[in-house]
Ligand binder design. Structure first.
Ligand code: NAP
Length: 307
C-alpha cells in the first residue's frame, strides 16, 4: 500500500498485496506431496480470454501448481461437458476452471453445474453457493482445510478491505460499518454481500433498478462498485474517509485509439475524499487471480491423500 502524494487516500496496491499472497501460496504448495493440478477450459478464441488464461497458466507454474488448458470451439458444448465429466473422475485433477464469460451460445449455468463441486475453484457451483450462504462464521472456513471454495473476487475484495481498515482505522473489523455494494451478480455482488454479512457489516445492495443511487452510496463507510459502468461513482456520491473498492473493469479507447482499463469510480476526484481506494488497473484484478490460486491450493490440501 502506498500514500499518493497528490491525493489524500491510501492507494491499495493490488499487485503488491497479491504478490504477498502468492508468496504464501508458493510456500504451501511446496509442502504438499504432489503439485496441485488445475485444468482451465477455454471456449472460442477470444483474445482477452487467451491473455487472461496465459497469465493464469504462467502464475500457476511459478507457484508450483501444475496447470493445463483445453480449448474448444464455440459449437462444441457437448464435447466440453464430456471433458468436464472426464476431469471430474480424474483423480489427478484437483480443480477445473471454465474461463468466463462463455460465448452466448453456451449454457453457462449448465456448464458450471456439471463441474464437481469439490473441484470448483471459482466457488460458483450451486452446492458451494449454498454452503457460503449457510455459513454462520467465516473464520472457521478460511482456516486451512476449509471444505469448500469461496468466489475469488469476493475473497479478494474482503482481503483488500481488511488491509484498508487496518491502515486507516487500526482494526480489521467490519462490524457495524455501512457497506454498500453496487451490483448483484452471481460472480461478484452476491458472494461479496454474503461475506459482508458474515463480517457483521450493515449491508445495502444496489443495482440498475435502484432509485437515487447517491442516497445510498453517500452513507457507505465502505463502497464496493461492481457495475461495469465507467465513471458511475463521482466525488459527490461518497462519504468522507470512506474506503472505496472499484471492481469495475471496462476497456475504453483513449484519444489515440489505445484501449485502457477503466473502473466505475472516478479515481482522481474520489481519492481526495476517501481514506483508501483501489486503482484500476492494479487493484482488485491481481487479488482475484491470487485468490484463485489459493482456492486451488486449498482444494489440493483437502484432496492431498488422493493421487
Ligand atoms: P454483471 O453481471 O454485468 O453485473 C453488473 C451489476 O451491476 C448488475 O447487478 C447490474 O444491475 C448492476 N448495474 C449495472 N449498471 C448499473 C447502474 N448504472 N447503477 C447501479 N447498478 C448497476 O457484471 P459482473 O460480472 O458482476 O462484473 C461487474 C464489473 O466488474 C465488470 O466491469 C467486470 O468486468 C468487473 N469484474 C472485475 C473483476 C476483477 O477481478 N477485477 C472480476 C469480476 C468482474 P442489474 O442486476 O439490475 O442488471
Amino acid at each position: 500500500m502506498s500514500l499518493n502524494s497528490s491525493s489524500k487516500a491510501f492507494i491499495l496496491d493490488g499487485k503488491q498485496i497479491a504478490s504477498d499472497l502468492n508468496t504464501n501460496t508458493k510456500k504451501s504448495t511446496s509442502l504438499l506431496s504432489r503439485p496441485p493440478k488445475l485444468v482451465i477450459i477455454q471456449v472460442g478464441g477470444n483474445e482477452d480470454s487467451s491473455k487472461y488464461i496465459n497469465s493464469k497458466l504462467k502464475l500457476a507454474e511459478s507457484l508450483g501448481i501444475e496447470a493445463i488448458k483445453y480449448t474448444f470451439d464455440e459449437d462444441q458444448e457437448l464435447k466440453v461437458l464430456e471433458k468436464i465429466y472426464e476431469l471430474n473422475e480424474d483423480k489427478s485433477v484437483d480443480a477445473i476452471l471454465p474461463q468466463l464469460p462463455l460465448p452466448a451460445s453456451f449454457d453457462e449455468k449448465r456448464l458450471i453445474n456439471s463441474i464437481s463441486s469439490e473441484k470448483d475453484c471459482d466457488g460458483l457451483h450451486p452446492v458451494n453457493v449454498a454452503k457460503l450462504n449457510l455459513l454462520s462464521k467465516l473464520e472457521d472456513h478460511l482456516s486451512v482445510g476449509a471444505d469448500f471454495p469461496i468466489p475469488v473476487t469476493a475473497r479478494g475484495i474482503l482481503h483488500l478491505i481488511k488491509i484498508a481498515l487496518e491502515k486507516t482505522r487500526n482494526t480489521k473489523s467490519l462490524e457495524g460499518l455501512n457497506v454498500v455494494i453496487v451490483g448483484r451478480s452471481e460472480l461478484v455482488g452476491k458472494p461479496t454481500a454474503a461475506l459482508m454479512l458474515l463480517e457483521n457489516a450493515t449491508l445495502t445492495v444496489c443495482h440498475s433498478k435502484t432509485k437515487d443511487l447517491q442516497s445510498h452510496t453517500k452513507n457507505a463507510d465502505i463502497l464496493i462498485s461492481a457495475a461495469g459502468c465507467p465513471g458511475l461513482i463521482n466525488s459527490k456520491m461518497i462519504k468522507s474517509d470512506s474506503i472505496l473498492i472499484d471492481v469495475g473493469l471496462t476497456y475504453l479507447a483513449d484519444t489515440n485509439g489505445v484501449y485502457k482499463a477503466v473502473g466505475d469510480i472516478l479515481f482522481e476526484e474520489c481519492s481526495l475524499i476517501a481514506s483508501a481506494i483501489t486503482p484500476v488497473p492494479g487493484g482488485v484484478g491481481p487479488l482475484t487471480v491470487a485468490m484463485l490460486m489459493d482456492n486451488v491450493l486449498k482444494i489440493a490440501e483437502v484432496r492431498k491423500e488422493v493421487k
